[in-house]
Design a protein around this ligand. Sequence first.
Ligand SMILES: Nc1ncnc2c1ncn2[C@@H]1O[C@H](COP(=O)(O)OP(=O)(O)OP(=O)(O)O)[C@@H](O)[C@H]1O
Length: 293
Amino acid sequence: MNVNENSVIEVSRLTKKYKRFELKDVTMDVKQGFITGLIGANGAGKSTLIKLMMGMSLPEDGNVRVFGQEHATHEAEIKERIGYVADDCSYYEHLTVDAMRSVYAPFYKRWDEQQFGRYLDRFELSAKAKIRSLSKGMKMKLSLAFALSHHADLLIMDEPTAGLDPVFRRELLEILSELMLDERMSILFSTHITTDLDRVADYIAFLNRGELVFHESKERIFDRYAIVKANKELLDADVRRIFAGIRETSSGFEGLTGDRLEAERLFAGHARIERPTLEEIMFFTAKGVEAHV
Ligand SMILES: Nc1ncnc2c1ncn2[C@@H]1O[C@H](COP(=O)(O)OP(=O)(O)OP(=O)(O)O)[C@@H](O)[C@H]1O
């Protein structure tokens, strides 16, 4: 596979099988200098994909390159350059924040003690606090402080906003925007709170039941997708085929299409055609065309 100069992560035809779940044939990249949001409902496979990207689990098929290299041969160099926030934020609970720092810091050549101190202050975390005494949100902040204190080139966060109050969620998004002022920085974060991405993401990758539905720039997604609202009589078999998901009511229907131009042609003057939110794209795609409400 050719290494794309502009991608920090490239995954190609990635497949991972669990007993009751399969991540199927996923090909995508994470572009350097941009924020990529990974969206999908609970259980869609976001953490599975991130763990494969991190080299923490091995695929049945396909391959992963980070900074153009493979984990099998360059694990230490790759890890050094990634700031990782896991979904479970697992630490040695009996340690203090400071003791945890002395376990964590030696793994990173570019560990920056002052930077870590600044983040602890910013997040109002005490170095003396026992980790077990921290709330879920505070542990997430601590995890972020660690991830941001070794001058990583790539930040990967698995559901960083889950369990956080709206004030800190907004602060996190501000931090991400600050980080992006360094144009070499790249960020991938997964979330099912899609409103977080409306503001900051440049690219969106959408996983549904283990399959990549799209990976495109946010502008392109909103150009391409549309919600059509019309009377039920217009919903014949021919029309159904343009929808990724349909919600029917007693008199009308709402449908999501990935082909706005085709919808405008078919429904000219007979339907309302609106711009969907990411949440609506997720909802309708997960429901599919057979859904009735
Ligand atoms: N180690 C494992 N063994 C077996 N099944 C697993 C394992 N890890 C994940 N799964 C299953 O794979 C599916 C996808 O899980 P995953 O955690 O990747 O989803 P997710 O999109 O991150 O969901 P959430 O938003 O709930 O965290 C789930 O059905 C989960 O039960």
